[in-house]
Design a protein around this ligand. Structure first.
Ligand code: HEC
Length: 213
């Protein structure tokens, strides 16, 4: 028995020592262009899925997510806040998305029915974000709860939209407006304009060879 306990203790000590060396030696590669090992990826993925499932379980989903007003309001905020990472009808990829790890899911591809089942999950993720992934906790920026549900409603609809329908919906929306954050206009000078849904690179952003990255 004592031998068994000694064995357990030795394993623990060695495990902790490895952990300390891994953390302090700098050998752990935090670069976003080096993927995790399959094992680490699985661990993170499982922790994430279990956490979301547990936390989103008791949310009450509003009955009117198919409401066209909700979808219309969600469209403008989606174009302004989300499309760069999660794409949109007519937007095949983006610089930021190509470089992110994990890669933000392409939200134009969710099946409509599956998306309806995922309403609570989506709400929770948009509100709280996901640690160390690039997915922000939008509630910290002051977005109101109803505006988050509008986004959820829009995400459910998006896979069925053509590029033209998407642009029309964004243009009919109030642009980037979701209440809650005083002084937002100062931070986002373009707020009273409807965001350009597809041509996100239209303000003189060019870097082909001009300078070193
Ligand atoms: C800077 C990039 C970025 C922006 C901007 C962003 N997201 Fe995300 N989002 C991510 C990443 C990365 C993930 C995946 C995180 C992970 O798998 O751990 C994610 C995950 C999600 C998911 C989970 C999908 C699923 O079912 O697994 C939803 C829903 C989502 N984002 C919605 C939004 C909405 C709505 C907005 C705008 C209000 C937004 N995101 C803005 C990067 C972003």
């Amino acid at each position: 028995m004592t031998r068994f306990l000694m064995g357990v203790l030795a394993t623990l000590v060695i495990g902790v020592a490895f952990g300390v060396v891994a953390v302090y030696s700098g050998m752990f590669d935090v670069a976003a262009d080096t993927p995790h090992s399959r094992f680490v990826y699985r661990m993170i993925e499982t922790a994430r899925e279990q956490s979301i499932e547990r936390h989103a379980r008791d949310l009450t989903v509003p009955a009117n997510l198919a409401d066209t007003e909700r979808i219309r309001r969600g469209a403008g905020n989606y174009a302004a806040m989300c499309a760069e990472c999660h794409l949109a009808p007519g937007k095949a990829d983006s610089e930021i998305r190509m470089g992110l790890y994990p890669k933000p899911p392409d939200l134009t591809r969710h099946e409509e029915e599956a998306a309806a089942d995922m309403a609570a999950r989506h709400f929770w993720i948009i509100k709280h974000g996901i640690k160390a992934s690039g997915m922000p906790a939008w509630s910290k920026g002051g977005i109101e709860v109803e505006a988050i549900w509008d986004l959820v409603a829009f995400i459910q609809k998006m896979p069925t939209l053509s590029a033209g329908q998407y642009v029309a919906l964004v243009e009919s929306s109030e642009g980037h407006s979701h209440g809650g954050l005083p002084g937002t206009a100062a931070m986002h000078p373009d707020d009273d304009h409807t965001p350009s849904p597809v041509h996100a690179d239209s303000h003189g952003h060019s870097h082909s060879g001009g300078h070193e990255h």
